[in-house]
Design a protein around this ligand. Structure first.
Ligand code: KG4
Ligand code: ZN
Length: 355
């Protein structure tokens, strides 16, 4: 990118943007360099949940916030190399855990102030929507339909343009990743459950054990996974031997994976038909699952659409996607207010806090 000049000199505008992510249990920072035609990751660092929380199988807010407080400064230092210009700083302002978000937002504002950079409060979900594109070095294309499937969210969003996002469907109960995590736990597998179930499924076969596909075929756009969880619980009460390591457990995992993949693909089929979009993107931890990716490919092909998934490493929560949205905002000449606050329930549709 040396040839084009700098943000302060003649030639195309180039921005170096730092992104900070502390919405949940990842403490992360990333640095990107971007211009109108492309975006490049210069570096990123990430620490995941404290060991104590992992052992407890869930998030312990105080431990998570302490991790952010202790690790974020050195993580940021680790990705900022020397005194080179830093045009923009962005931090996730929601949705997420309020005290966790506050750590990243406060540090991000201070850094932007000290380095005289623009400051940006970023919506975590918009970061996910960017990730399939920016992980390939390019800016999002519009229009498209975006599936976000993670441990905290399962949303299908119509994205007609850079400034418009409309919900097609959301989950009525558990998120898809949460369903993977809970079902894995029921059969004694570790956290995060998605990768564990994917590994275990390799030795099993879907259909040997039958579990329901909630909402499949419904004309409503929403997702639901509690029926799957309850059916699995009843089955395991009747046949506890399935939870023991062995072939039955592998069949169980393969069936769970197939059920979740089919539910996600079925809602995407409905969304593609409703919106007429020809590009389906998928992001969030569950998008790393190969069975999910295959099911989405099949549905999209039947609807005449293409599928774009993030490059490996960009599926789960990361700060690179936050840095990318930050760079985009800076290139668009907008910035957030210094008074901007966190919004733990910030909707994917809302542009509140955006500029
Ligand atoms: O996007 P993410 O890092 O965090 C949230 O925002 O929640 O997603 C984590 C979730 C976990 O529930 C995890 O089980 C799931 O993504 N996950 C997977 C896979 N890798 C991560 N689910 C299915 N298959 C995978 N390979
Ligand atoms: Zn996320």
């Amino acid at each position: 990118m040396e040839s084009g000049g700098t943000a302060h000199g003649p030639g195309p505008l180039i921005v170096r943007a730092l992104g900070i992510e502390t919405s949940c249990d990842e403490t992360a920072a990333a640095l990107v360099e971007a211009d109108e035609s492309r975006i490049r990751l210069l570096g990123q660092k990430l620490a995941t949940r404290p060991e104590e929380s992992r052992a407890l199988g869930g998030i312990v807010p105080e431990l998570t916030v302490r991790q952010h407080l202790e690790l974020l400064p050195e993580i940021i230092q680790g990705v900022l190399s020397g005194e080179r210009p830093l045009e923009a700083v962005g931090a996730t302002a929601g949705p997420g855990l309020a005290p966790a978000l506050l750590v990243g937002l406060a540090l991000g504002k201070s850094l932007a102030w000290a380095r005289q950079s623009s400051f940006h409060a970023i919506n975590h979900l918009e970061g996910h929507i960017f990730s399939p594109f920016v992980s390939r070095g390019k800016w999002p294309e519009f229009p498209h339909l975006a599936l976000i499937a993670s441990g905290g969210h399962t949303l299908l969003v119509d994205v007609p343009s850079a400034s418009q996002r409309r919900m097609v469907g959301g989950t009525r109960d558990d998120a898809a990743g949460e369903a993977f995590d809970k079902l894995a736990r029921m059969v004694g597998l570790g956290y995060p459950g998605g990768p564990e179930i994917e590994r275990e499924s390799v030795r099993g076969e879907a259909g040997k054990i039958q579990l329901p596909r909630p909402m499949k075929g419904s004309e409503e756009g929403d997702f639901s996974f509690s029926g799957l969880k309850n059916a699995a619980r009843l089955l395991l009460e009747k046949k506890p031997e399935i939870a023991q390591p062995g072939t039955a457990r592998a069949h169980f995992c393969a069936e769970v994976q197939a059920a979740i993949a089919e539910c996600l693909a079925d809602r995407c089929r409905l969304g593609l038909r409703r919106t007429g979009r020809k590009l389906l993107t998928v992001s969030g931890g569950v998008s790393a699952n190969q069975a999910v990716a295959r099911a989405l490919e099949q549905v999209a092909q039947r609807e005449g659409a293409n599928v774009l998934t993030p490059v490996a490493g960009w599926n789960t929560d990361n700060a690179a996607m936050i840095a990318a949205v930050t760079a985009r905002r800076h290139l668009d000449g907008v910035q957030s207010d210094w008074q901007s606050d966190v919004d733990p329930r910030w909707s994917v549709e809302s542009d509140q806090n955006r500029t």
